[in-house]
Design a protein around this ligand. Structure first.
Ligand code: BTN
Length: 255
């Protein structure tokens, strides 16, 4: 079981994770976070040992086995313009990449926000927001980290494309340690918000730009392109036979 008391004792943050709501089992921490966000304080996190309906991007599910992963959602209420909301996804990816590099796990960020290790997915991020025309009510940042999952425990559909800290480091890893490091790094970036620097750091850790990719739009045929850049909103600039386009609704694979 996650030692929540130890985390609370050691955590040196002012806002992020000051309140931790812990579940043994839940459908989805993101779902629950959206239900409670309006009356919870900024920085509150929801964390579960197991999710029965863990959500991934684009309506996918996220493998969430008991006691093996870090499955959490952070509630944010930033007082910034709604158009800046997506930037917090880039910020999260940067915070995660930084702490993992410190642990000598050299991950890369695949657009928009998969954290990969040697091409395999280690961490997923799902951001969901409640935005009015002029104001952000809340942003929920969902993070799922495959910590102590053994290769044979992954379901067949993801066995070849997913990895875990256990597989990378060949040993059990403390979930408390990762959680504390992540919340502290996230707070550092969040409270000193500098989106220009976040974008530069995102580019530093990214494994997408400059690559030949397959573009997978939500409702259209896939096509090939080259990933050129990302813009300030986190959209991908791609080059095809027709010229340069901006792509934001779907995903890519690296060819
Ligand atoms: C993806 O890779 O498509 C995003 C996966 C996000 C998974 C996390 S686990 C905690 C939080 N609650 C959810 O239901 N999903 C996110």
């Amino acid at each position: 079981m996650l030692k929540v008391d130890e985390v609370k004792r050691k955590l040196k943050t002012k806002v992020i994770g000051r309140k931790i709501i812990y579940y043994d089992e839940i459908d989805s921490t993101n779902q629950k976070a959206k239900e409670v966000a309006m009356h919870e304080e900024e920085g509150t996190i929801l964390i579960a040992e197991q999710q029965n309906a863990g959500k991934g991007r684009l309506g996918r599910s996220f493998f969430s086995p008991k006691y093996k992963s870090l499955l959490m959602s952070i509630i944010l209420k930033p007082k910034i313009k709604p158009e800046n909301a997506t930037k917090y996804t880039l910020m999260t990816a940067v915070a995660i990449a930084k702490i993992l590099h410190r642990m000598k796990v050299k991950v890369g960020i695949k657009w928009p926000n998969d954290i990969l290790y040697e091409g395999k997915k280690l961490i997923g991020i799902l951001t969901e927001s409640n935005i009015e025309s002029t104001k952000i009510n809340y942003i929920v940042i969902g993070i799922g980290i495959n910590v102590n999952i053994k290769k044979e425990e992954f379901p067949n559909e993801v066995k070849e494309v997913a990895t875990s800290m256990y597989e990378i480091l060949s040993k059990e890893v403390s979930r408390e340690e990762i959680l504390i490091a992540l919340l502290e790094e996230f707070e550092e970036l969040y409270l000193n918000v500098d989106f220009k620097s976040i974008l530069n750091q995102w580019k530093e850790y990214n494994v997408t730009l400059g690559k030949q990719i397959k573009v997978i739009p939500i409702a259209e045929e896939t096509f090939n392109a080259k990933a050129i850049d990302i813009d300030e909103e986190g959209a991908l600039k791609i080059e095809t036979d027709k010229g340069i386009e901006t792509f934001n609704a779907g995903e890519i694979s690296i060819r």
